[in-house]
Design a protein around this ligand. Structure first.
Ligand code: NDP
Length: 337
């Protein structure tokens, strides 16, 4: 078995030296267990949190332990009556080429998908995050305006497309002209603003002539600063992620702006609510799949994958995810399907 372990905790942005690729022999299968071969490993921003030992909603990865992560695997051998050799499953099996499971937290990959990796993206955790955060906390209504950043990515692309299906004006924020073009031309957003533009706040304001009713928060930082003055009365903010802050070691320098923020929330009666997808919506997976699967099948929701070849590339690809180097849902092809 090849696996990538965490050898040190990052100070700021992760570096390749935080990870080590190593080999180990797997123990024999016991009764009730299955041997899994990893086909696709999902790389996701939350993994940055697991590399730190700061208190969070989930325990950190221990030093010299395999990095946590969701993956699509094929059952190679089964001593569990619920699984047959050749079955494709999704599970939190980590950054490794093989794993052993008792089968308890394995979910079958829906059959008939063009690629099983979709179960890690549009039909998996990020897709469900987008759908639940938007529908449950965002409460979208036709004619409203929604803003979402990381708009070409796994979560943002689904948020915007679902909001379009619900009749909203949808403005994306993304890094660079290529991503912005894709978001408008392929995904059908009404506009997409490049956060690297020197006139970013003005351009965002121009794209939202009727203000902002829903801000689906994926990044924090300067995007939040630009959206705050545009919020309409009774705006909703599903607080999904703050990727611009994940590598930060301290609170940013400068004056305390909390009083300003509180005043805006009060006078505009803004509702802001954080959520953690499986903790808050784990029991609603069937509802998500029954809405999303037909949309994807009928081409109403499009998606893009950024596929990296080989487990050894995972650290570099993950470091790039936190810098916006990925274009679409980031997955590592660990073995041929
Ligand atoms: P993406 O596929 O969107 O990839 C991350 C993107 O974030 C990058 O491509 C980049 O896009 C953007 N980004 C990275 N660094 C910065 C920065 N410093 N400032 C602004 N943008 C940046 O990732 P996901 O769709 O998987 O995740 C999106 C967000 O959703 C994350 O914050 C993640 O933590 C959160 N999330 C939350 C969950 C929950 O349960 N609450 C579950 C799943 C995800 P660009 O180049 O366009 O800026």
């Amino acid at each position: 078995n090849q696996r990538i372990v965490l050898v040190s905790r990052p100070q700021g942005a992760p570096v390749p030296e935080n990870f080590r690729l190593e080999r180990e022999a797997l123990p024999d299968l016991a009764d009730g267990q299955v041997l899994l071969k990893t086909l696709y490993l999902s790389l996701d921003p939350y993994m940055r949190g697991r590399m730190s030992d700061a208190p969070s909603y989930a325990a950190p990865v221990e030093l010299n332990e395999v990095m946590t992560g969701g993956a699509v695997s094929r059952v190679e051998r089964s001593l569990n009556p619920k699984f047959q050799e050749g079955d494709l499953v999704v599970g939190a099996t980590g950054w490794q080429s093989h794993s052993i499971s008792d089968g308890r937290n394995l979910i079958p990959v829906p059959s008939g998908l063009p690629s099983p990796s979709m179960a890690l993206g549009v039909l998996g955790m990020p897709g469900m995050t987008a759908y639940m955060g938007l529908m449950d906390i965002g409460q979208p209504k036709a004619g409203e305006t929604l803003v979402v950043a990381a708009a070409s990515g796994a979560v943002g692309s689904v948020v915007g497309q679902v909001a379009k299906l619900k009749g909203l004006r949808v403005v994306g924020v993304a890094g660079g002209a290529d991503k912005c073009r894709y978001v408008v031309e392929e995904l059908g957003f009404d506009a997409c603003i490049d956060h690297k533009s020197p006139d970013f706040s003005d351009e965002l304001a121009q794209a939202c002539p009727k203000g902002v009713d829903i801000y689906f928060e994926n990044v924090g930082g300067k995007v939040f600063d630009a959206v705050l003055p545009l919020l309409n009365a009774k705006a909703r903010i599903p607080l999904c992620g703050l990727i611009a802050q994940y590598n930060a070691q301290d609170v940013p320098a400068g004056p305390d702006r909390l009083p300003l923020l509180q005043r805006a929330l009060l006078t505009k009666r803004v509702r802001i609510q954080g959520f953690i997808v499986f903790d808050d919506y784990g029991d609603r997976q069937p509802e998500f799949i029954s809405a999303m699967a037909p949309w994807v099948r009928d081409g109403k929701i499009k998606f893009k994958e950024d596929v990296v070849e080989g487990l050894e590339q995972a650290p570099e690809a993950f470091i790039g995810l936190l810098e916006g180097r990925n274009f679409g849902k980031l997955v590592v092809r660990v073995a041929e399907a």
